[in-house]
Design a protein around this ligand. Sequence first.
Ligand SMILES: [Zn+2]
Ligand SMILES: [Zn+2]
Length: 116
Amino acid sequence: MGDKSMKISLNKVLAVGTNFSHEYDFGTTTELGLKCLSERNGEKLKDVEIIARNEVPDFKCKCGKQPKEVCSQCVFEIGEEAMLCSQCAKKHKCGEEMLLPVVNSPRMGMCGYTGD
Ligand SMILES: [Zn+2]
Ligand SMILES: [Zn+2]
């Protein structure tokens, strides 16, 4: 609750079953709802490893094709309907400069994010 230091290890604030939220990028803030599902005891891993990754949701362009781009303007108004296949992207009203690539991230379509 409130603003606290980030300099605390996760095992001090989380336990299995804890629901928590994480906000990042205070320019265009993305808020994630998270839950601690399990914990691991043992040595610290030498390298950071990705141990979980969300599966790409099955988004569809309004014409039914696989979307390639998302309109960063429309995504705020109509959500995932702002996803466009390459053909529909050409005809999109907002213009090409508003389009961002579809990436597997809750940051998709936000603030110039391209997945890097
Ligand atoms: Zn648009
Ligand atoms: Zn389409």
